[in-house]
Each structure stands twice: as structure tokens, then as C-alpha cells.
Design a binder for this molecule. Structure first.
Ligand code: ADP
Ligand code: ADP
Length: 233
């Protein structure tokens, strides 16, 4: 469970005259499932990348981001890296090593975790995501849906409390998208992980979400329950 609070957040990329995010204030409670909507260019990816502390150097940021009440920049890098997980749109972009097993281990190995702890965690995660039969497979031989499942599972290895997803379903066929969405919902329900997920076509997400936040030109255009969003649209 992690809460997020944005206070008057404004962000300019170095080469952009208009703000990618403009005076955005928002608070997300621990355990909420938030769908981030908005047209292309409205600032969704920028917001998710800022929350993951992946900001373009030279960009100008003002306002504040609090994670669990503490300014995000005050979190030690390693703690922030494991507390916040990010899954991106293109399944291939996040895969870094050859096999599924190595992919899952990668983050924990980087953090120098004990092998026994890693084994236990891998068994738990592979079980949850149904990845046991795929552990020895090469990632480049997997389907798009399997790759995205491995990406999500790899992010979960580090026990994030906040899960950010940037259009994770966009490249998947409808069946794979439905499966992945089901897993995301279970992480939210069963493990209490706070979810902020952007998607272009959000109809399928509305029944699962606690809340919809819609951005337009970097500002808040809607913030409320899915039912209110559907009525307004
Ligand atoms: P969305 O995810 O909603 O499509 P983005 O956050 O990607 O929106 O983009 C918000 C604005 O910031 C857009 O005007 C986009 O062109 C601009 N932008 C995004 N990434 C960069 C970048 N790396 N450098 C400069 N401008 C960017
Ligand atoms: P409960 O509400 O029953 O206390 P927990 O939050 O303890 O539920 O989680 C139940 C199970 O989910 C445990 O096995 C725990 O290890 C696992 N779990 C909880 N949070 C995470 C997380 N962020 N990542 C992975 N596993 C988690």
C-alpha cells in the first residue's frame, strides 16, 4: 500500500515551450486502482515517469510529489526503485536478458539480494503469474502477452507498493490483454498494491477501477468514480 500526493506539479521538458504537466494536484490513497485517461500528448507518460523518478535531465519540475507522505526525492534511490514499479507499453523494451528465469532474477541480483531469498521470491512470483512452465524459455520466443506477463512479474519481484503501468495492454491481442488485466486486478485486490494505469481505450478498465483521472494538456480534466466518467463521456 502506498499513497501518492501531487501538489501543484508542473513539468517542462527542456525543448518544450508548453508544460507537459501543468499545476496538477491529485491524491491517491493506498490500495486504490486508478485509471489514467486522456488523449495522446496529455501528459500521462510524463506523470508516470516522474513517479518512477525517470525524468529527463534538464527538464524543469516544480511542485511536489509525496510517496507515503515523504517527498519522492528524499527517498533513497534503492528504496524508491523497489517501492515503485513501472511497466511500459512495448513488451520488448523492458526485457534485458535472455531467459525468463534470468529476467525475473535480474532486479534482485542488481540489489545484491541473497540467493535463497531470491529463489523463494521467484517461486512465489512464478506461481502467481503461472510462469513456472516458461522459466527456462528464451524471452525472445515468447508471445507478446507472455512477454508482458514476464515484465510485470519482474517488476513484482522487488515487492513494489505502487505499480505504474503505461498503456501495458496496447500491444496485446484482446485475450492476452484480458489475462494481463486480470493479474493486475488481483495484485491490487489480494496484495493491496496501489495501481495507476494509463490506457488509450479504457472501456474494459472502468468496471475494475476505483477511480478515473483524465488529463488534458497536462491538467486535470476529470477526477472521480468510473460511473461518473461514463456518464460524462
Ligand atoms: P501521453 O502519455 O498522454 O501521450 P506524454 O506525457 O507522452 O503524453 O506527453 C506530454 C507532452 O510532452 C506532449 O506534448 C509531448 O510531445 C511532450 N513530450 C513527451 N516526451 C517528451 C520528451 N522526451 N521531450 C520533449 N517533449 C516530450
Ligand atoms: P494480508 O492482507 O493477508 O495481510 P499481505 O499484504 O500480507 O495480505 O499479502 C499476502 C501475500 O501477498 C503474502 O504472501 C505476501 O508476501 C504477498 N505480498 C504482499 N505484498 C506484496 C508485494 N508488493 N509484492 C509481492 N508480494 C506481496
Amino acid at each position: 500500500m502506498a499513497s501518492v500526493e501531487l501538489q501543484n506539479l508542473t513539468f517542462h521538458y527542456p525543448d518544450l515551450r508548453t508544460a507537459a504537466l501543468s499545476n496538477l494536484s491529485l491524491s491517491v490513497r493506498g490500495g486504490e486502482f486508478v485509471v489514467l485517461a486522456g488523449p495522446s500528448g496529455s501528459g500521462k507518460s510524463t506523470l508516470l515517469r516522474l513517479l518512477k523518478r525517470e525524468v529527463s535531465p534538464g527538464g524543469r519540475l516544480s511542485g511536489s510529489i509525496l510517496l507515503d507522505g515523504r517527498p519522492l526525492e528524499a527517498w533513497p534511490a534503492r528504496e524508491a526503485a523497489s517501492a515503485v514499479g513501472l511497466v511500459m507499453q512495448h513488451p520488448d523494451n523492458q526485457l534485458v536478458v535472455d531467459s525468463v528465469e534470468h529476467e525475473l532474477a535480474f532486479g534482485m541480483e542488481n540489489f545484491g539480494m541473497e540467493r535463497s531469498a531470491m529463489r523463494r521470491r521467484m517461486a512465489e512470483i512464478a506461481g502467481f503469474f503461472g510462469l513456472e512452465p516458461l522459466l527456462s524459455r528464451r524471452t525472445d520466443e515468447l508471445s507478446g502477452g507472455q512477454k508482458q506477463t514476464v515484465n510485470l512479474a519482474s517488476v513484482l519481484m522487488l515487492q513494489p507498493q505502487l505499480l505504474l503501468l503505461d498503456e501495458p495492454l496496447a500491444q496485446l491481442d484482446p485475450l492476452a490483454a484480458r489475462d494481463l488485466l486480470g493479474m493486475i486486478k488481483r495484485l491490487n485486490d489480494e496484495w493491496g498494491i496501489t495501481v495507476i494505469m494509463s490506457e488509450h481505450r479504457i472501456d474494459d478498465l472502468l468496471p475494475l477501477a476505483d477511480r478515473v483521472v483524465r488529463l488534458e494538456r497536462g491538467g486535470l480534466a476529470f477526477d472521480g468514480p468510473p460511473r461518473g466518467f461514463a456518464e460524462e463521456a
